[in-house]
Design a protein around this ligand. Sequence first.
Ligand SMILES: Cc1cc2nc3c(=O)[nH]c(=O)nc-3n(C[C@H](O)[C@H](O)[C@H](O)COP(=O)(O)OP(=O)(O)OC[C@H]3O[C@@H](n4cnc5c(N)ncnc54)[C@H](O)[C@@H]3O)c2cc1C
Length: 491
Amino acid sequence: MGKRIGGRLFSAEVEGMPEYPIEFGGMFFTNEQKNVWGLIGELAKDQKWASRLGKRWVDWKPRYHYLRGKRLVNADFSDPTKTIPYDLRSDETCLDPTELLVSKINCQFPGLKKALWPYHPKPRQETALYLRKPWKGRPLHEWGFWNFLNEISSNEAYELMLIAIGCSSGLRNSNAFDAIWSLLHDAQSQYYYQLNSGYQQLPECLLEAAEENPNVKRQTEHEVSRIEARGQSMLVHFEGRREPVEAEQVILALPRRALERVEFSGVFPKSFKDEDLAAVISVPASKLFLGYKQAWWREDIAKENVLPKADVAASYTDLPIRQIYYYGKAEAGEPGLLLASYADDAAESFWKGLRPPVDNGEARFPDLSSAAGPDAFASEAMVQTAIRQLGLMHPEFVVTNPAGANFVDWGDEPYGAAWHAWKAYRESWKDSKRMRRPNSKLPVFMCGEAYATLQGWVEGAINTAELVLQEGFGLPRADWLPATYELTIEE
Ligand SMILES: Cc1cc2nc3c(=O)[nH]c(=O)nc-3n(C[C@H](O)[C@H](O)[C@H](O)COP(=O)(O)OP(=O)(O)OC[C@H]3O[C@@H](n4cnc5c(N)ncnc54)[C@H](O)[C@@H]3O)c2cc1C
């Protein structure tokens, strides 16, 4: 357990390119994520943090796909004269993959478009209640999302949506209610932003703000190993020879795998680990970054027929590199940063196979950023494999060797997952509330993304933190939250 603050918000500055930090974990937030948006605004009122929390709007949506060996721009999906390399039913053609998924959902739930959020300014709770009604004889949360999609899609359409929308894990077999809930968040009209200095600045500034209270003490490199109930207080033990701490209240802001590694004595019932923690699927994902002194994708702008002239752009493929993000000024000769592979679901295991154990002496590629740390190394084999796939995707360019590379797999300890998803049959609106205080008799609280209503987003994580502070500590609602903003779904 290192000194770094931020967990799955992990930003590292690239030498010579400070304006485009590597984001190994979370990278985007939106203006509709009212808690994150408001919190950043609140902290940025103070000059000490304002410059570190500067944000930029990013129009990152992919405009280029390379699927089944064929190159497609977005307009091709809606153009009946273009051939999409999937054998779609006639009612599934002429829509881009995201529109296809959203239209399929809206077709099953026509009330959404008629009068509900996200298409109308209504309480989200009304949408939640509407979606909780039985669908084909069973409540929606009892359906796996893949099973649900299988009922309403051709397999070819499913394969297209699985690969071409972005992260494939969102279309796997997590709880259909929560998968649709999450998609509706993406479907609402909103703008995406990044922090100029990296998303890790948010937890860092937040901690510095907390430390203005002299009672707040930062203790990094303290890995909790055991928590023991002693009457109404808790004894918290740490790895190594660190002294245990007696606590009257404990907040565990840990994801599923980290919680599984902690031993609890007399704190939670026996079923806590096997049933409660196991209520969510752990989703694997990794990111491989390559850095260039001269971005090859800007080498000859005249050739640039598919890549947009934006500072941040994306393209997706069914090759194991999966999602590619291009960062850098849209001019030839400029340095560039490439998120050469953002791989979740099955593709994550592809890159695992190219990563040797830390000390086996196999060739490591030079680091792109010294801030990445010793575990974030990329292997030579990994980089050469990525270059080969990038070459297939971009035949008009010569894909050159990068100056440096770094790689993070979030399946590693202590995270065990990039993000989480509620399993089918779980009533997440009930489970999520119970997990904030799993034993009502002890003041041990839990918050974080893993058991949130909105998983996979920082917004979900800090909403649970806000709820723990209100419910467990009697704190008033954060004043940056609009009065109508709902932090969770009620029963
Ligand atoms: C690849 C990737 C892309 C993502 N993209 C986005 C995005 O674009 N936008 C977005 O909003 N979200 C995104 N997310 C999700 C977002 O990063 C997470 O939801 C959020 O950071 C989770 O915060 P958390 O506090 O719940 O958990 P974490 O950030 O996982 O924090 C847990 C902390 O606990 C520490 N810890 C673990 N075990 C112990 C122990 N035993 N003792 C003490 N400390 C321990 C860890 O070191 C860590 O600091 C992404 C995540 C990943 C991995």
